[in-house]
Design a protein around this ligand. Structure first.
Ligand SMILES: [Zn+2]
Ligand SMILES: [Zn+2]
Length: 333
């Protein structure tokens, strides 16, 4: 199989031909048709995730099952599937026993089995979700990390009918958070630092687009504040500032990987009983809901498509903040 391989941190990925893997018991082999590139791939590229080299990146896979390992009962050869981050817990620790394998410290992911920037990929059957009919591989791929993550964030923000959601950071995750929040009927503001995105964010459904400038909290306050802020930015400074844009009893849900510690004003936190929450890919039903909304045409990732051979160029484009809004690698067929 052809694959883009990270052999040395911060160096170009090498397009190599590797032996085709075979699925172990409980695993499936997937012919990858599309692989989304996520901001976390940059962290992996720079060596911040502790990946063991060499490794194939890519954790937004969409493809077709071509082989089943022993004991796989529910999936079939020919199934169209994607794979999410934590595919399988160890089954034995307290959180696994409590039915929360997504929080298992020993969970298996693409870091163990290899990722989707490849013609073939192994996955645990328990980490696969069916792609609904009518949803293409290219549009499904970004939902397996980006879409899933922000749908969990939206749910963990516990918006009530009539409340206002603001999405901070308008990249791969943010543009999906905006659409998902609108799709479930909530008033939704977008906060971006890039004025040239304004018209497009309105097309995605934003009720208002606020320019963050140096102080997104002040911008949001001036617009009446938000009950839930879904934050996908990596800027610790922007997060700290935006927190002050919460209405009383508001919830700030952080889904990014900030570039430093979060310094939250304790007065703003206490007076008004505001909350800072963290969220990642959570309940499996969040992914199902995301896929269902996308299949119904209510949410549509805005993607740029590239062949696998251009993976390095795409990574540099992502690093430079030029991708609108998700880059997806295509793998033939
Ligand atoms: Zn990701
Ligand atoms: Zn466990």
């Amino acid at each position: 199989m052809r694959a883009a391989v990270l052999t040395e941190f911060n160096k170009d990925w090498q397009i190599q031909t590797l032996p085709d893997p075979r699925p172990a018991p409980g695993q499936v082999l997937i012919r990858i048709h599309a692989s989304g590139m996520c901001g976390t791939d940059l962290h992996a590229h720079h060596g911040h995730l502790g990946a063991k080299l060499p490794i194939v990146l890519g954790h937004e896979p969409a493809g077709e099952i071509v082989e089943l390992g022993a004991g796989v009962l529910d999936l079939k050869v020919g199934d169209r599937v994607g794979v999410f981050w934590n595919q399988k817990g160890d089954g034995r620790c307290a959180v696994c026993q409590a039915g929360r394998p997504e929080h298992c410290r020993n969970a298996q992911s693409w870091l163990n089995l290899g990722g989707a920037n490849s013609e073939l990929m192994l996955a645990w059957a328990s980490g696969c979700a069916l792609i609904p009919d009518g949803l293409s591989y290219e549009l499904a791929a970004p939902l397996f990390c980006g879409g899933y993550t922000v749908m969990s964030g939206l749910r963990n923000g516990e918006p009530k009918p009539g409340e206002r959601v603001a999405v901070l950071g308008m990249g791969g995750l943010g543009h999906l958070a905006l659409q998902l929040s609108k799709a479930v009927g909530l008033e939704t503001f977008a906060i971006t630092g890039q004025a040239d995105k304004k018209a497009e964010l309105k097309e995605f459904g934003a009720d208002e687009v606020l320019l963050s400038g140096d102080d997104p909290g002040a911008a949001l306050q001036a617009a009446g504040g938000a009950d839930v802020i879904l934050s996908t930015t990596n800027s610790a400074k922007q997060i700290a500032a935006a927190f002050a844009g919460l209405r009383p009893r508001g919830r700030f849900v952080n889904m990014g990987v900030p570039d430093g510690p979060l310094t939250i004003n304790p007065n703003v936190l206490m007076w008004g009983q505001r909350q800072l929450r963290g969220s990642s890919q959570d309940e499996r039903s969040d992914l199902f809901e995301t896929l269902t909304l996308a299949a119904a045409g209510k949410v549509k990732p805005k993607i740029e498509l590239y062949p696998l051979a251009r993976a390095n160029e795409v990574r540099e484009r992502l690093q430079a903040g030029k991708v609108r809004y998700r880059a997806v690698l295509q793998h033939g067929g």
